[in-house]
Design a protein around this ligand. Structure first.
Ligand code: AMP
Length: 221
């Protein structure tokens, strides 16, 4: 299965793609997670990307395309992959087409998670994760059962993304509207675009995505 989850920051791409990774046995690839790992490692890519990410802008197409080309050629992608946060511009979408064409792989679907902009800021600015296992929480919607202790691993340290601050979220939404939304007609014209209601409960969004996958004949792994 080769799938793209598309949608603005805070739409639930990360949550849904992690679920799909387990359910369908394919690799989940988040370019945001890959970049954050580079920043943490202090690598040249991380140094180049950090200030752009902190400001809510987009890292250069050239860097991202190189990173993705290397990532999807790894063995864990042999059964397929779910892309979360890539492509984010039309040139990235075109470069992905070229990469897939070279390996004779066909994209199954691009699933758009539709969410009203007004709720995105609230969703993003309240989120935090366990520093040890990465489980996600939210100030308003999902606090750990015992305050300050991760439900899953018992960790007591939590982190917030520096670009989840309200002022940066606006820049990220602008980048989405100006640079990423034009990908939607690109995939629509190819007959690959499906939209689901990302405002629904998490389980319901999951069910909608699975319905799309069934509709196009993709079976769980
Ligand atoms: P995300 O975790 O997907 O929200 O990405 C966090 C940040 O990483 C974005 O705001 C961008 O600065 C950068 N980034 C992630 N993926 C891409 C991409 N495909 N193209 C350009 N920049 C990206």
């Amino acid at each position: 299965m080769e799938l793209i989850l598309l949608g603005p920051p805070g739409a639930g791409k990360g949550t849904q793609s992690k679920f799909l990774e387990t359910r369908y046995g394919v690799a989940q690839i988040s370019t945001g997670d890959m970049l954050r790992a580079e920043v943490k490692a202090g690598s040249p890519i991380g140094l180049e990307a950090k200030s752009i990410m902190d400001a809510g802008g987009l890292v250069s197409d050239e860097l991202i395309i190189r990173m993705i080309g290397e990532r999807i050629s790894r063995p864990d992608c042999a059964k397929g992959f779910i892309l979360d946060g890539f492509p984010r511009t039309v040139p990235q979408a075109e470069a992905l087409d070229k990469l897939l064409h070279e390996t004779a792989v066909d994209l199954d679907a691009v699933i758009e998670l539709k969410v009203d902009e007004t709720v995105l800021v609230e969703r993003i600015s309240g989120r935090f994760t366990c520093a040890k296992c990465g489980t996600g929480y939210h100030d308003s919607f999902k606090q750990p059962k015992q305050a300050g202790v991760c439900d899953i691993c018992g960790g007591t340290e939590f982190v917030r993304r520096p670009d989840d601050k309200a002022e940066t979220v606006h820049a990220r939404l602008e980048a989405y509207n100006a640079q990423t939304a034009p990908i939607l007609p690109y995939y629509k014209a190819k007959g690959r675009l499906y939209s689901v209601d990302g405002m629904a409960e998490m389980d319901d969004v999951q069910a909608q995505i699975e319905a799309v996958l069934r509709q196009i004949g993709v079976a769980a792994g």
